[in-house]
Design a binder for this molecule. Structure first.
Ligand SMILES: Cc1cc2nc3c(=O)[nH]c(=O)nc-3n(C[C@H](O)[C@H](O)[C@H](O)COP(=O)(O)O)c2cc1C
Length: 161
């Protein structure tokens, strides 16, 4: 089964996770980047990112290559921002709604503690689906390494196999 991992990562936690999943599933990584980068430090990072997420913004993305015909499965990966999926993921879903139709869908979310369940619910709502094939929530896996994370990543991948 050909898999694309569509992800956004500001500070590397989701990117690390995406790479580990890609290595297990032999998946293709597609990193989303907003045309206008979010501030990535200090108060501005939380203020602008949080505001953008809460407002449900869909920022313009830098060009990316996603040929939907090449994939039967799509995994979304994002950091939780104010209990929401990060805005670039919302842009991608809006722009690829037709192309995602009929794909098997799964998602992982990285967060510092809370709000991931809500964010995954919002993702499903935007995708207009009841359930994902698999879901995974990790707490800052790069910044706070934990042996259990690799096990959870493996279990997530097993659900997809
Ligand atoms: C704007 C902003 C809002 C955030 N909101 C939340 C939140 O609601 N809940 C939470 O647990 N972590 C929150 N975080 C922390 C990130 O979700 C977490 O550190 C994540 O692992 C970062 O992933 P990344 O390194 O791939 O960017 C927030 C971070 C930012 C920058």
């Amino acid at each position: 089964m050909n898999t694309a991992i569509i992800y956004y990562s500001m500070s590397g936690n989701c990117e690390d996770t995406a790479k580990k999943i890609a290595a297990i599933l032999d998946a293709e990584l597609i990193r989303l980047e907003p045309e206008k980068e979010y501030p990535d430090s200090g108060f501005r990072k939380f203020f602008w990112g949080g505001k953008s997420a809460v407002m449900g913004e869909m920022p313009k993305l830098k060009p990316y290559h996603f040929d939907a015909r090449a994939y039967t499965r799509v995994i979304f990966g994002f950091p939780v921002w104010a209990s929401n999926p990060t805005p670039p993921i919302r842009t991608f879903i809006r722009d690829n709604r037709e192309a995602l139709h009929g794909k098997k869908l799964a998602a992982f979310a990285c967060c510092s503690g809370g709000g991931a369940d809500k964010a995954l619910e919002k993702l499903k709502k935007q995708l207009e689906i009841e359930a994902l094939q698999a879901e995974l929530i990790l707490i800052d896996p790069k910044d706070k390494p934990n042996q259990n994370n690799d096990k959870m990543i493996r279990e997530f991948c097993e659900k997809l196999s």
